[in-house]
Design a protein around this ligand. Structure first.
Ligand SMILES: Nc1ncnc2c1ncn2[C@@H]1O[C@H](COP(=O)(O)OP(=O)(O)O)[C@@H](O)[C@H]1O
Ligand SMILES: [Mg+2]
Length: 202
């Protein structure tokens, strides 16, 4: 019974993720992009996460830099889909965070782009998998979570960002105090994962 229940749960998750992904093209193709204030979207999403925050889950810390202009963090797109990307990245970051360590969401204006980074202090991602993690059905999680995840989250997230004219990529944060550049960090000494979203500002 336990095995059957476990499999049913897994299939349920898989089917809802797949059906969600299949609606994506049609939805994003529609010409109904609207102005989306990413700063407001981040504030709302982060406070949602912190409201359901339990003692054993990481706190999400939001850092939005001041930028000149009336609406520096405005992009053109689909509010609910952009929200979904942030949720996907936050759920991943939280699931890989060591107990008690925060997750950071950092928003910056970089030239004509809005950049949003989701950073954790978990194990990071092996260099050779930085692109693979975006493949459909790619999932690699500790034993106790085996079979619970569809491996579609990052793939869907990237599709959404690309459809918005942007980029989504992963990198490792240098280990604290290591003073080494990216790529030099020996495995097992990562300072955690960072997922970076770049969107053209509207
Ligand atoms: N913050 C992170 N730290 C380390 N590994 C990560 C992180 N986010 C994603 N990954 C890796 O990328 C894989 C794919 O992520 P995702 O597409 O969201 O699938 P899922 O969450 O269903 O496993 C994860 O299984 C994990 O191996
Ligand atoms: Mg995920």
């Amino acid at each position: 019974m336990e095995i059957i229940q476990h499999d049913v749960q897994r299939l349920d998750r898989l089917i809802s993720d797949i059906s969600d992904a299949s609606r994506l093209d049609a939805e994003l193709a529609r010409e109904d992009a609207e102005p989306v204030a990413m700063d407001e979207l981040l504030r709302a999403t982060v406070s949602l996460f912190n409201d359901i925050h339990r003692d054993d889950t990481p706190e999400v810390v939001l850092d939005i830099a001041y930028a000149p202009g009336a609406h520096p963090y405005r992009v053109s797109g689909h509010d609910s889909r952009l929200h979904q990307v942030i949720v996907n990245l936050l759920e991943n970051a939280i699931s890989f965070s060591p107990p008690g360590r925060p997750v950071a969401v950092v928003a910056r204006r970089i030239g004509p782009d809005v950049q949003i980074a989701v950073e954790d202090e978990g194990p990071g991602i092996p260099e050779e998998n930085l692109e693979r993690v975006f493949e459909r059905f790619y999932t690699d999680r500790p034993q106790e979570n085996f079979g619970q995840n569809s491996g579609l989250g990052l793939n869907i997230s990237r599709q959404i960002i690309v459809a918005h004219g942007g980029r989504l990529y992963a990198e490792n944060r240098p280990a604290a105090g290591a003073g080494r550049g990216k790529g030099d960090t020996p495995s097992g000494m990562s300072g955690g994962a960072r997922f970076v979203i770049r969107l053209p500002a509207a």
